[in-house]
Design a protein. Structure first.
Lengths: 417, 425
């Protein structure tokens, strides 16, 4: 595997060459410091751009084209990364070695056209209305997945900067087609742009192709860090919301206080793995296996937001019992009341997962993406750092984790058995 | 060991059937780091009526028992938790149950041989007690409640319930809160002893392995254990009608805002399941998929905002093509789908394009050890063995045969469902 980065001030190109895969994966990120209104704009924009472009003026023609290109996959999504919002366009296509000559270039041009050659008429997007209905549908059905809804609600309560990545109805109602087009032009000219491409390709000719076809010329410089800062409050907030569901969702949100670089990159993941990372964890073994209170319980860490979340699906009557069991397990860790083997297992699993990263193009891209944006280490440095984690590190970090908010999405009809 | 080249995959399949009947399938892929191992029994939620081993009488067990059994195999007499074992060996372990099989699995980049030995050992060493069975009921009740809040699960389960009359595919894999609470230790052992015999099981391994070392390990492991010989497991055969149980139902769910709808086409087949499936998926994709005139019209008329999702499920007699969509006017969408499927004309160029995408999908599969493994398991369950010749089968599909198939197709047996938002009283 070979990695090269080129910069022309307007955008960065990251080319990773490897002969492991029969397909090629490409990702283009547009990154901007976040304002709430950006989210709805960007969700609309990704929807409208995937409807059509100048060469394929409706979605049916676009879909037929992807099939002609040997089932090329295209998608787009937006995510909130601390102080930034990132709009990603993704594609995967078969390497021309397995299809026909010149197909790589055709597939790349097809993908770039979706982003850079939109179907515009008199300063307005075609198919704005359908994009708007799609975003409206997403906003309206946000409670359908009770797990992700409860996690999002909790996150907003812990830090209001953690916006949902879908958008807001009051913003959607005010955005006109012309506004969206202006927003799009502004995005091309002022966003930080990174292009990632991985596969069995020639780096030099791919670079040339991208420099020729990506016509973004404005020079830009990043300023602010991604990471959100936390104000630790002494009191824990409790919030309950009632909707008509069978299973209550309990979420605990924790703020992390002044983590070191090493803790942020490595120790926090190990702590989460030991506490609630999977079926071998403290929470799974106690709250689920010993007390039969839930089917799923997990603990995870959002590095850029600087928070940790514990989530479980339970009977609402059991909420207090669950909370006290969770606190008990966390206290045990703080007191050092856990095994060296727990730390060892977390390291072995992380090291194994690290090797697995090289099996998937999308995970390899993520490594370089987090290196570029967050200063996270590349694979070799990661494995030596993981090996350095000690039990003391886990105990020390546990003292920096502060419960901020308890959020309970309550079910009303809990009594059917 | 039998070696077969898999066309278009640039990979080989190694196969061996052990003396105790266990079948081993291996696809070494040594340019990746990870290994994915699945150990499955041909036993799922459909198998609720059967003749237990050492018995002559057909019995009926509680719904959801195959899934319950899957949970319980993680209980070990030694007290060692399989999840802890795999975690300490750097592997991710899990298990899952569907209508026709139960699979125990792990993936990891290290200690493959130890992990394979342990996978075989824990699945082949059940330890059920009254106490540990009782404990599981609370956990599975929460799992059932989690699905009760998932509108897509409700939609799919109701659709199957209404499509079938007597075949047990009509019941949820997980069972009901009532049925799982009746499950006992004895019932679990009866199911285990019947269906977890090696002659009813298979292992599929994909990824970075030394095939000779792996087969040696599995053989030595199995040699140490004694199993009863079973000639054939008798499960009940269902004389399922071609007609559906209920043609339409509208139900409500509390946490949705946009109505969801689905329609099932129940189609009888006699033989050549794979070819039948290919023709049907091509047909429905041309008529109702993302590239169809139908989808374009429905979007232009604001009946749908995104593509329909087309899938299938099959039994020994029927293929059911299922189509899912979201619409604020679900009645209209269903009516239009039925209308569209009255005229099955397609164009040869569309047929050729769909063939091209099917072949492309095969190449994508060969890049990923998880997709590869699932592909092999799926074939074993559906066709009794891995079909290594898919590429040529697809390549040789021709339009005349396809048209002949379509002309004889009966699409009259349908069941549809709408899930609406609950009205606030």
């Amino acid at each position: 595997m070979n990695y090269k980065k080129y910069s022309n001030n307007a955008f960065n190109i990251h080319i990773i060459t490897t002969d492991k895969f029969k397909s090629v994966t490409m990702k283009i990120n547009f990154k901007k410091q976040i304002n709430r209104k950006d989210i709805t704009y960007r969700n609309l924009l990704t929807k409208v751009l995937l409807q059509s472009n100048k060469n394929y003026p409706n979605k049916q023609l676009l879909e037929i084209a992807t099939e002609e290109l040997y089932n090329q996959g295209v998608s787009a999504n937006n995510y909130v990364s601390g102080n930034y919002v990132i709009t990603s366009f993704n594609t995967v296509f078969l390497n021309e070695k397995y299809t026909e000559k010149k197909m790589n270039e055709k597939a790349i041009s097809f993908f770039l056209d979706l982003i850079l050659n939109p179907n515009i008429n008199k300063g307005e997007f075609a198919y704005f209305d359908i994009a708007k209905r799609l975003v409206q549908d997403e906003i309206e059905s946000i409670k359908e997945d009770t797990r992700s809804y409860s996690i999002q609600r909790l996150s907003e309560e812990v830090n209001k900067m953690i916006y949902n990545p879908i958008g807001y109805m009051e913003d959607l109602n005010t955005i006109t087609n012309k506004d969206l087009y202006n927003y799009y032009l502004n995005m091309l000219n002022s966003d930080l742009v990174d292009i990632f491409i991985i596969g069995n390709i020639d780096a030099e000719s791919t670079k040339k192709l991208l420099l020729k076809n990506v016509k973004i010329n404005t020079a830009k410089k990043p300023s602010l860090s991604h990471f959100l800062e936390n104000k630790i409050s002494r009191k824990t907030k409790t919030i309950k919301e009632n909707i008509d569901i069978a299973q209550a969702k309990l979420c605990l949100g924790f703020k992390l206080d002044q983590l070191s670089d090493f803790e942020r990159k490595y120790v926090m993941n190990a702590y989460c793995y030991i506490l609630g990372g999977g079926p071998d964890s403290k929470l799974f073994k106690n709250v689920r296996e010993k007390h039969s209170l839930c089917y799923n319980i997990s603990c995870f860490y959002r590095a850029v937001s600087n928070i940790m979340i514990i989530q479980a699906g339970i009977n609402k009557e059991d909420a207090n019992k669950c909370i006290s069991l969770i606190k008990k397990e966390m206290n045990k860790i703080t007191k050092g009341n856990f095994d060296d083997n727990d730390v060892k297992a977390s390291k072995i699993v992380s090291l194994s997962a690290l090797k697995e990263i090289e099996d998937y193009q999308s995970s390899i891209i993520k490594v370089f993406e987090s290196h570029e944006y967050l200063g996270f280490d590349l694979l070799d440095e990661r494995s030596s750092s993981i090996n350095n984690i000690t039990k003391e590190d886990i105990i020390n970090i546990s003292k920096k984790i502060h419960l901020d908010t308890i959020y309970l999405l309550e079910g009303e009809n809990n009594e059917e058995n | 060991m039998k070696k077969t080249k898999i066309e278009k995959f640039d990979l080989d399949l190694y196969y061996e059937k052990l003396d105790n009947g266990l079948e081993v399938y291996m696809i070494p892929k040594n340019n990746c780091n990870n290994v994915y191992v699945t150990f499955s029994t041909k036993y799922g939620s459909n198998d609720i009526e059967f003749v237990p081993i050492n018995s002559k009488k057909m019995i009926k067990v509680n719904d959801g028992i195959a899934h319950f059994l899957e949970h319980k195999l993680f209980e070990q007499k030694s007290g060692v938790d399989p999840f802890t074992f795999f975690s300490e060996n750097g592997a991710d372990a899990n298990a899952n149950t569907n209508q026709v099989k139960t699979t125990y699995l792990f993936s990891g980049t290290n200690n493959t041989i130890e992990n394979i030995n342990y996978l075989l050992d824990y699945v082949q060493d059940p330890y059920f007690t009254d106490k540990n069975v009782e404990k599981e009921k609370g956990i599975i009740t929460q799992e059932i409640k989690m699905y009760l809040d998932d509108p897509d699960t409700i939609l799919y389960e109701t659709l199957l319930k209404n499509t079938f009359n007597i075949h047990p595919i009509k019941y949820p894999i997980i069972g009901t809160i009532e049925s799982i609470n009746k499950i006992t230790k004895e019932e679990l052992y009866t199911c285990y002893n019947t269906f977890y015999n090696p002659s009813n099981m298979f292992i599929v391994i994909t990824g970075n392995i030394d095939k000779d070392e792996v087969i040696k390990t599995i053989k030595e492991n199995q040699k140490k254990k004694k199993f009863k010989t079973i000639n054939e497991i008798k499960t009940k055969k269902y004389d399922e009608k071609d007609e559906v149980c209920l043609e339409h139902q509208t139900i409500d769910a509390s946490n949705i805002t946009i109505p969801k709808t689905a329609i099932a086409y129940k189609i009888k087949y006699d033989k050549n399941l794979y070819i039948n499936l290919l023709y049907l998926l091509i047909l429905f994709d041309i008529k109702l998929g993302a590239t169809s005139d139908f989808t374009k019209t429905m979007m232009d008329q604001k009946i749908i905002n995104s593509d329909l999702y087309i899938d299938y499920i099959n039994t020994d007699k029927h293929i059911v093509i299922t189509i899912f969509g979201e619409s604020k006017t679900p009645d209209k969408l269903l009516e239009k789908i039925k209308e569209e499927m009255h005229n099955l004309d397609t164009k040869e160029e569309e047929f050729a394009r769909k063939k091209k995408t099917l072949i492309s999908s095969l190449i994508y599969i060969s890049d990923n050890i998880f997709s590869l493994n699932h592909n092999v398991m799926n074939d074993i369950i559906k066709y009794g063995q891995f079909n290594e010749d898919k590429y040529n089968v697809i390549k040789d599909l021709n339009y005349i045969d396809y048209e002949r198939f379509i002309n004889n197709l009966n699409l009259n047996n349908t069941s549809s469902i709408i899930v609406e938002p609950k009205k606030v009283s």
